[in-house]
Design a protein around this ligand. Structure first.
Ligand code: TYD
Length: 202
């Protein structure tokens, strides 16, 4: 039987530099000789596309409907991508997972502790969540420097501050908080130190 793979997740507010860190970590783990898979939520599946389409258009969706879409998207992702890869022994690195639902849909006024409870019961537990931390004014500056148009629903500063408050409240054994300041390479070194301390991969 193949040994079950490891499941690593990156979380953080928009503009914290997460996506760059996903790529750097996947490359480092692959260079250490492991099978890897980089993936993300919301996915490009039916629900994920709907979510992105609405967010870009700035359409106000009922928070409960939005929650349902993110969870449906996650069900598809777990069943079609995450579980098969973990069962094949892959190291899976995922850009956002259920703690984003906790923080973002919590910031939309839903009961974040309830969301955490139901998601933790329904979906595989990550081995490690790397929560990239950065002051919201800094992440907002980064977002405004990005070439693409700002995405109005989730990326405005007051909303990001509410997301940040919930991320700060989370206290779970699998969360490792990473200082997101400095160059991508400096943050990557902090990420690698955390991965080394927690998992035998690097
Ligand atoms: P993001 O990873 O930022 O995608 P992209 O890099 O394509 O912009 O995710 C899109 C937005 O969706 C982001 O603002 C966070 C939000 N989100 C939720 O509100 N709930 C969730 O469960 C997830 C996974 C993401």
């Amino acid at each position: 039987m193949v040994k079950r793979g490891s499941f690593i997740v990156f979380e953080g507010i928009d503009g914290c530099g997460k996506s760059t860190q996903v790529t750097l970590l996947v490359d480092a783990i692959a260079a250490a000789g492991h099978e890897t898979l980089a993936t993300f939520e919301p996915t490009n599946g039916t629900y994920g596309q709907q979510i992105r389409h609405n967010a870009r258009a700035g359409k106000e969706i009922d928070p409960e409907v939005e929650l349902n879409w993110f969870e449906q998207d996650r069900h598809e992702h777990v069943e079609n991508v995450l579980e098969p890869a973990l069962n094949e022994g892959c190291v899976v690195v995922c850009d956002r997972y259920y703690l984003s639902t906790v923080a973002y849909q919590g910031a939309r006024g839903l009961d974040w502790e309830g969301i955490l409870g139901s998601n933790a019961a329904a979906f595989p537990t990550p081995d490690l969540v790397l929560l990239i931390e950065m002051p919201t004014d800094q992440s907002q500056r980064r977002l405004s420097q990005r070439s693409g148009p700002a995405e109005p629903t989730f990326e405005n500063q007051s909303f990001q501050e509410r997301v940040d408050v919930i991320f700060k409240k989370l206290s779970l054994p699998y969360i490792e908080r990473i200082d997101g300041s400095g160059t991508p390479e400096q943050v990557h070194q902090r990420v690698c130190d955390a991965v080394r301390a927690r998992l035998q991969l690097l």
